[in-house]
Design a protein around this ligand. Structure first.
Ligand SMILES: NC(=O)c1ccc[n+]([C@@H]2O[C@H](COP(=O)([O-])OP(=O)(O)OC[C@H]3O[C@@H](n4cnc5c(N)ncnc54)[C@H](OP(=O)(O)O)[C@@H]3O)[C@@H](O)[C@H]2O)c1
Length: 286
C-alpha cells in the first residue's frame, strides 16, 4: 500500500508539479487555500489524521510586494505556520521538507553558499527567514530546508516564463529587468530533486540550495528562453529595477550556490537549455 504524503500549497507552481510527480508512488493529500488555511491551527492539526510519512511545505505568501504591505499575513503563513507544521512533524514522526528562498540573503554578493549569513532586504525574505529559524528551533532531525530561486515552468498560476511565452506569441512588447541576477530553477527540476531526496533518505545537512548552473540576469535569461522557444526577442526591452518601480526591494545579486548541495546530495542540476527544451514540449502542447 502507498504511504501518505501531505503537500501544502498543493495548488501553487511547485505544489502542483510535485503532486503530479509524487502521486506515482505516494497517496498525495493536498492542503491549500481556500479549504485548508494553514494559518488556522485547526487545519494544521487536521494533517495528523493522514499520518503522512512526509510533509512537503510549499505553502507560502509569495507575492513579494504584497508581503511589504501585509506583513502580519506574511508572517502568519511564512513563519508561524512553519513552526506549527514543524511541531506537528515532531509529534507524529513525519519527515519535513520545507521550501525557502534566496531572498533570505541581501543580494550584495554573488551566489551565497548554504552556510552564508542571511540578511534579507525585504519583508518576504524576512518572513521566510523567520520560518527557517522557527523550523530549526523546533526540529533537530528528519527535516530539510531547500532554498530555491526564480521558479519557472508551467503552472496553474502564470510563472515568468508563461508570461514571456504568452506575451511574445501575441506579439506584445514586454519590459524585463537587466540588473537582477539569479540562477533560476525549473519547477520540474526542483520536483525531481525533492524526489531524489525522498528516495535517498533525509540528508544530515539541514539546508540545501537549488537552481540551475548558469548565473545570469533576467534579460539574458529571457534571451536564452526566446532562443530555444523560437520567440522574437526584439519585443523584449531591457529596463532597470529602478525604472520598473517595484514596491519591495529585490536582491540584485540573487540566486544560490548549488555546488555544495550537488556534492553532498550527489545530484547534478541540469543546464537551463536542457530544461528549456523540456519546457518547450509542454508549452507547444498547450
Ligand atoms: N516562485 C518563485 O520564484 C520562488 C522563488 C524562491 C522560493 N520560492 C518558494 O518556493 C515555494 C513554492 O513557491 P511557488 O512559486 O509554488 O508559490 P505559489 O505558486 O504562490 O504557491 C503557494 C501556494 O500556497 C498557498 N497558500 C498561501 N497562503 C496559504 C495559507 N494560509 N494556507 C494554505 N495555503 C496557502 C497559495 O495559495 P494562493 O495562491 O491562493 O495564495 C498557493 O497555492 C514557496 O515556499 C516559495 O517561498 C518560490
Amino acid at each position: 500500500m502507498k504511504s501518505n504524503i501531505v503537500i501544502t500549497g498543493s495548488k501553487g507552481l511547485l505544489g502542483q508539479d510535485l503532486s503530479g510527480l509524487l502521486s506515482k508512488k505516494f497517496n498525495v493529500i493536498g492542503f491549500d487555500l481556500p479549504e485548508k488555511d494553514l494559518t488556522d491551527p485547526v487545519h494544521i492539526k487536521g494533517i495528523q489524521e493522514f499520518s503522512p510519512e512526509f510533509i512537503i511545505n510549499c505553502a507560502a505568501m509569495t507575492d513579494v510586494d504584497g508581503c511589504e504591505t501585509n506583513r502580519k499575513k506574511a508572517l502568519e503563513i511564512n513563519a508561524s505556520a512553519v513552526f506549527e507544521i514543524a511541531k506537528l512533524c515532531k509529534k507524529i514522526n513525519s519527515k519535513l521538507i520545507h521550501i525557502s528562498t534566496d531572498y533570505v540573503f541581501d543580494g550584495e554578493f554573488e551566489l551565497p553558499e548554504i552556510d552564508s549569513v542571511p540578511d534579507p532586504k525585504g519583508f518576504y525574505g524576512f518572513s521566510k527567514l523567520m520560518g527557517e529559524f522557527m523550523l530549526l528551533k523546533e526540529l533537530k532531525e528528519d527535516f530539510v530546508i531547500i532554498r530555491t530561486n526564480v521558479l519557472f515552468g508551467r503552472g496553474s498560476r502564470a510563472s515568468f516564463t508563461d508570461w514571456v511565452y504568452k506575451s511574445l506569441k501575441e506579439n506584445k512588447k514586454i519590459k524585463v529587468v537587466n540588473d537582477q541576477y539569479s540562477n533560476p530553477c525549473y519547477v520540474e527540476e526542483l520536483s525531481r530533486f525533492i524526489n531524489h531526496i525522498i528516495d535517498n533518505g533525509m540528508p544530515k545537512q539541514s539546508i540545501l540550495h537549488s537552481g540551475c548552473p548558469e548565473y545570469l540576469n533576467r534579460y539574458d535569461f529571457t534571451k536564452s528562453f526566446c532562443d530555444v522557444m523560437e520567440l522574437s526577442f526584439d519585443l523584449v526591452q531591457p529596463v532597470s529595477s529602478k525604472e520598473i518601480g517595484q514596491k519591495a526591494k529585490r536582491p540584485l545579486k540573487g540566486g544560490l550556490s548549488i555546488k555544495k548541495t550537488e556534492d553532498i546530495i550527489g545530484y547534478k542540476f541540469a543546464s537551463l537549455k536542457e530544461n528549456f527544451y523540456k519546457l518547450k514540449k509542454i508549452l507547444e502542447e498547450g
